[in-house]
Ligand binder design. Structure first.
Ligand SMILES: Nc1nc2c(ncn2[C@@H]2O[C@H](COP(=O)(O)OP(=O)(O)OP(=O)(O)O)[C@@H](O)[C@H]2O)c(=O)[nH]1
Length: 360
């Protein structure tokens, strides 16, 4: 059974680094694509324009050559959303730009004018790096990239020392920008996640709320059908709950519901799904159980929750069980059959488990 079904039940599951990385990748993808497109256009403009104003020992086709892989990167970046390929695409883009700068700078006097746009690169790309190491590698590429041209060519245009100072400033600015951006994005990620959890969780009991339960259970059920894994649906309803509310008030009723939810949750396995689908009604989807096993699990639950304190009488529940054994039977149909079985348990005197045999 999928882990997400299990973790989705806990309102307090910790933020995972992996989840944040994927969130960042989704956020950065359009910016990375835009930068790769911009890189192609800027490179063609700079290298092509330069061919008109100065001669170079490097043939024009070779100076324009980096624009081809740059254009390919832009094409691939259009659809890419995964963190690692996106980082590699962005790093390759920077590498190609640096190669291009060197190809165009060789033999130019003073060729180092090309270094100036290169100084903008750390700042321009500062916010797109998904991981810390991408950023470090990118900044190293930006800093070291123009060095061959600077060291090989005349340094009359911009001395290496001056270049080092400018590049250090550019990288420092990029580091500050990136720190600000990642902090802002992390806060946004945290808030979005918190809102999602709140929207999916029942405020009183902390269990999955009705719609979220139905959504996850439908998804899980399809998966179970495809993989031919048996499963059962349990419909659980508290007995004589109205009496408790009437005698002790809704606050006392709420307190019992909270403790009952805790009791039910403690009876669930990692792969089970449990939701509060009505006032004092709960539904559980138990994967990997046959009818006999589901019955003994339901009995265990029924006995265990009797330990939950209820001020007026023993807390009991009635449970209906249905097996998911007919491929393609909808969740709604399964829940309706389980509900009928639960009602039969009520008619039989409550505090018991009834199995639905209508199709099984
Ligand atoms: N305290 C509290 N009560 C709730 C909540 N949601 C529903 N209820 C109450 O649950 C009670 C359900 O009553 P009924 O449907 O008549 O069921 P019952 O009294 O448990 O009787 P049986 O199910 O036939 O055993 C009603 O009094 C609702 O007001 C809630 O969130 N908190």
């Amino acid at each position: 059974m999928h882990q997400p079904f299990a973790t989705a039940q806990r309102a307090d599951d910790p933020s995972h680094r992996r989840e944040y990385t994927h969130y960042l990748a989704h956020r950065m993808a359009p910016a990375i694509h835009a930068l790769t497109v911009l890189a192609v256009a800027a490179y063609l403009l700079a290298a092509g324009g330069r061919a008109f104003v100065s001669v170079s020992p490097v043939p024009l086709w070779l100076r324009l050559a980096p624009s081809v892989p740059l254009a390919l990167l832009a094409l691939v970046a259009r659809r890419e959303k995964r963190p690692v390929p996106l980082s590699l695409l962005a790093l390759s883009c920077v590498l190609l730009l640096e190669v291009g700068v060197n190809l165009n700078g060789i033999g130019q006097v003073p060729g180092q004018r090309l270094v100036l746009p290169g100084l903008l690169l750390p700042v321009a790309t500062s916010v797109i790096w998904i991981g810390r190491w991408d950023f470090v590698v990118a900044m190293a590429l930006c800093a070291l990239g123009p060095l061959p041209m600077l060291l090989l060519g005349s340094v009359s245009g911009i001395p290496v020392f001056q270049y080092t100072v400018y590049m250090t400033i550019a990288i420092a600015v990029a580091t500050v920008l990136r720190a600000f951006m990642t902090r802002t994005l992390f806060e946004q990620f945290r808030l979005e996640k918190q809102l999602r959890v709140q929207a999916h969780t029942d405020g009183l009991t902390g269990l999955l709320q009705r719609n979220r339960f139905l959504e996850l259970a439908r998804y899980a059920l399809n998966d179970l059908y495809v993989r031919r894994i048996p499963a059962a649906v349990l419909y659980l309803d508290v007995d004589h709950f109205k009496q408790l509310n009437d005698a002790f008030g809704h606050a006392a009723g709420d307190e019992v519901l909270v403790k009952l939810a805790e009791g039910l949750r403690s009876q669930m396995r990692e792969s089970d799904l449990l939701g509060r689908i009505g006032g004092e009604e709960f539904v559980a989807l138990l994967p990997g159980v046959n009818l006999q096993h589901a019955h003994s699990r339901a009995e265990q639950i029924r006995v265990a929750i009797r330990a939950v304190h209820r001020p007026d009488r023993l807390l009991t529940i009635s449970i209906g069980i249905v097996q998911c054994n007919r491929h393609g039977e909808s969740l709604e149909s399964l829940m309706s059959r389980a509900d009928n079985a639960m009602r039969q348990a009520k008619l039989n005197g409550r505090n018991q488990v009834v199995i639905d045999h209508s199709i099984a």
